[in-house]
Design a protein around this ligand. Structure first.
Ligand code: AMP
Length: 193
């Protein structure tokens, strides 16, 4: 099973990707997680990405496509994966198509979580509060200023990715405002339907 989860920041992609990972026994490939790990480790990619990420902008297509290409080469990704946070630009979607073609792989599903933008800021604030309550460290970009920029990046650069897949009849849309369990059920139904 090879899947893409699309949707704005705070839509619940990470939560649903973790559930799909468990259900299908395939890894969740989150470019955001990989970039945060690179920043933490202070790798050359991390050093380049840090400031852009903290400001809520998008890291260059070249860097992100490179890390996904490397990750897809790993043994656990052979039988499938859930892409979470990638592709985020049409250029990344095209690079992914080319990558899959060279591996003779096809995507099994592209699911978009549709959410009311007005609810997203509240969700991000809740995520930050829950992280603090659990003794964790809040993401450097989970603050109102960076979040607004992340939404602008989404509208301008990522929304066209949904249109890219929709124009090929490959996009399934799920109501991301429902409860977490209902969203999971809707995704599962969309993937068999
Ligand atoms: P996320 O965890 O998916 O919300 O990603 C956090 C941040 O990492 C984003 O705001 C971007 O700065 C960067 N990022 C993650 N994935 C990508 C991508 N596919 N293309 C560009 N930047 C990305």
């Amino acid at each position: 099973m090879k899947l893409i989860l699309l949707g704005p920041p705070g839509a619940g992609k990470g939560t649903q990707a973790a559930r799909l990972m468990e259900k299908h026994g395939i890894p969740q490939l989150s470019t955001g997680d990989m970039l945060r790990a690179a920043v933490k480790a202070g790798t050359p990619v991390g050093l380049q990405a840090k400031a852009v990420m903290e400001a809520g902008g998008l890291v260059s297509d070249e860097i992100v496509v490179g890390i996904i290409a490397d990750r897809m080469e790993e043994a656990d990704a052979r039988k499938g994966f859930i892409l979470d946070g990638f592709p985020r630009t049409v250029a990344q979607a095209q690079a992914l198509d080319a990558m899959l073609a060279t591996k003779a792989m096809k995507l099994d599903g592209i699911v978009e979580l549709k959410v009311d933008e007005g609810a997203l800021m509240a969700r991000i604030e809740k995520r930050a509060a829950e992280t603090v309550a659990a003794g964790g460290v809040v993401r450097a970009d989970d603050n109102p200023e960076a979040f607004k920029k992340r939404l602008v990046a989404y509208r301008e650069q990522t929304a066209p990715v949904s249109a890219y897949y929709a124009s090929r009849g490959a996009l399934k849309t799920v109501d991301g405002m429902a409860s977490i369990d209902d969203v999971t059920r809707a995704i599962n139904a969309a993937l068999v339907g």
